[in-house]
Design a binder for this molecule. Sequence first.
Ligand SMILES: Cc1cc2nc3c(=O)[nH]c(=O)nc-3n(C[C@H](O)[C@H](O)[C@H](O)COP(=O)(O)O)c2cc1C
Length: 397
Amino acid sequence: MNESLFEPVPDFDQPIAVLKHCHNRIRKQIATMQRLLEHLPSAGADEQAQQAAKAVLKYFNQAALLHHADEEENLMPMLSATAQGEDAELLTQLLPKILKEHKMMEATWQVLALQLSDIATGESDALSEHDVQNFSDLYAGHMVKEETHIAPMAMRIFSAEQMASLGEAMKARRGLSQAMPATVPLPDIAAMRTDYAQKTLSEHDVLDQPIDQFGVWFAEAIAASVAEANAMSVATVDAQGRPSNRILLLKNVDARGFTWFTNYDSRKGQDLAANPHAALLFFWNELERQVRIEGTVERISAEESDAYFHSRPLASRLGAVASAQSQPIVDRASMEQQYAAAQAKFGDAPVRPAEWGGYRLSPTRIEFWQGRQSRFHDRIVYILQADGSWSKQRLQP
Ligand SMILES: Cc1cc2nc3c(=O)[nH]c(=O)nc-3n(C[C@H](O)[C@H](O)[C@H](O)COP(=O)(O)O)c2cc1C
């Protein structure tokens, strides 16, 4: 009789149930190995034994690895990113153990796989009871741990969106995803295009100093009422070479470079401590312009940071005091409490926290991009030379 009549396979919109279903299949395959241990001494590697060995091999060579990957690459990172308080503490203890157990089970499986491969071809009837028992014990303890702690935690703390994204990732791992969920109507993105025709940019028009040229374009952006003209993307790279970016507000530009203010302990602050190279990007859509700036970053002086800090509105100063930027926090109410505590401590005279201040990027490369018709854009790049002068060249679009 078809087993699915007794145990229907859950759909991927219930990813935790799918993971539990995998556990049941693992238990079933281990039970098959245990029956093989009883069968082989009397019947040898007969047809029945060969079929059983093949089924176990197929399961642990494929499905079990997908199951481990579901947990390691999706479930556990999502739990770590979401769990708070006691849940987070429990994960700190459990996750390293779970990962270690996966490695141990995979290594133990390799030993069994060799024996089962020979049984599957009828070449041998040797299956080590000790290896089967070891494998079975490892999995049994492991699955109980996941079913007792991990699965209930996921059910409790994941939102519907997180469950859907976990299910989608598990489906994609098995090649079952559609290119895009059918339920999300999207415009024809490939057909979206605007032709740029407002302005031109020539190497003959631009100024010799790129910061001066930036000044001209920035003034034009203000005059054209570009929304948040001083908002720029700031890309940093961490110690492992992984990039990230975010929007920040430019607060000063002069011959020394481009300055913004933030928290030195934030993610970007940590990146910059490890790697001072960064890239800025301004996109002034209203003028069909982009400016790309690359260089090295350093902290501005404490005096300069103090001067800007004290020019800010009181609420922003208290906000800077109250926020350990980029650190997780349980909820909005806890943030409000931190703000109230800063207010109670400092009143209307907050002191600039040592971890809050300015950075200045000294540019080594600045590119001005002007959108033109039919994607035949104008690009002029300035590159800092060893003698401190700037070279200027046109780049192809
Ligand atoms: C328009 C806009 C302006 C922003 N300006 C700043 C800013 O000047 N300084 C800052 O620290 N964060 C600013 N942010 C927030 C950052 O984008 C980012 O969320 C924050 O700095 C934390 O980044 P990190 O975790 O990568 O360090 C701004 C966000 C937006 C959308």
